[in-house]
Design a protein around this ligand. Structure first.
Ligand SMILES: [Zn+2]
Length: 170
């Protein structure tokens, strides 16, 4: 979690946008999966991908003098940001699980002329993994990722989640 200061929901969001870029109020990153392999007689007899380490960061209320309406809105934004990053984490974990099972099966079923060719096949699979993780992020951002705060004439603040589009996915 990262604390952001603000007297209003808008200031809080603005501070978060500055750190995370675009319209985000958090970010979830992952390390490339490590792989253990055994190459023998033109075959990969063993391919084990370790799950990536997934790290979440999201905005949390810091210092400020918000009125009650903005205080409640900032809390709501922080809760939504956490929820959104948790959704990223879950989708990344599911993506890894499906991908690794198929990749391990594919890589061990093929024959290779040498270790170099086997290594290239592993690298191709890892490139495909990166692409699938990007797609998982874009898919989630079709539904959510952009937190919108709207201050009404009576001072109350409406907070809602909107699609953020592919920006912010790496
Ligand atoms: Zn997101």
């Amino acid at each position: 979690m990262t604390k952001f200061n603000g007297d209003t929901a808008d200031e809080f969001l603005e501070a978060a946008h500055k750190k995370y870029g675009g319209t985000g109020a958090g970010e979830t990153t992952y390390t490339p999966p490590k792989v253990k392999t055994v190459f023998k007689d033109g075959k990969l007899s063993k391919v084990d991908f370790d799950p990536p380490k997934i790290d979440m960061d999201y905005a949390e209320a810091g210092v400020g003098k918000p009125d009650d309406n903005n205080k409640a809105a900032i809390k709501k934004i922080a809760d939504m940001a956490e929820e959104h990053e948790k959704n990223h984490k879950a989708s990344y974990e599911a993506t890894f699980k499906t991908w690794s099972q198929k990749a391990e099966k594919d890589l061990t079923s093929k024959s290779y002329k040498d270790a170099k060719e086997a290594q290239k096949a592993i690298q191709d699979a890892l490139d495909d993994f990166k692409k699938q993780m990007y797609d998982a992020c874009v898919e989630l951002h079709k539904k959510e990722g952009k937190i919108v705060a709207k201050t009404n004439k009576d001072g109350t603040v409406d907070v809602s989640m909107a699609p953020s589009g592919p920006a912010g996915c790496k």
